[in-house]
Design a protein around this ligand. Structure first.
Ligand code: ZN
Length: 130
């Protein structure tokens, strides 16, 4: 089951989600290899195209904080829904670039969980040629 400390961080971040339109709070927590947790929540806008997912908010924050992807141990996505909520396609593409392919991605609703890797969520992802 999801690490208690990560789940509590996710539930705290989800409580801050700005979701006046969907009423669908989501949180994402990055666990760094040194134990540090970074969290993000989804943020909506009256202009729907400007909404941002929890996963991308926390991944962009990791870039802002200068966290190398090699230092990221896992990404947990939490939504307090009856069935599990998996990341959208846009977030999977961002994960493919900002996380290692084998980074675990744990999806949970607090009682159930499913474990993926970045590669399993978006096989053969788009990348610019080096
Ligand atoms: Zn998304």
């Amino acid at each position: 089951m999801t690490d208690r400390r990560i789940l509590e961080e996710a539930q705290s971040a989800a409580a801050n989600a700005y979701v006046p339109y969907s009423h669908f709070p989501v949180a994402a927590v990055l666990e760094l290899k040194d134990g540090t947790l970074l969290s993000g929540c989804n943020v909506e806008n009256a202009s729907y195209g400007l909404c941002m997912c929890a996963e991308r908010n926390v991944l962009f924050m990791s870039v802002t904080c200068g966290v190398p992807k090699e230092e990221i141990a896992s990404l947990t996505v939490y939504a307090p829904t009856e069935s599990l909520t998996t990341p959208c396609g846009a977030c999977r593409q961002v994960m493919a670039e900002l996380l290692e392919p084998d980074t675990p991605v744990i999806v949970t609703n607090g009682t159930q969980e499913k474990r993926y890797t970045v590669r399993s969520l978006l096989p053969d992802s788009f990348m610019l040629a080096p």
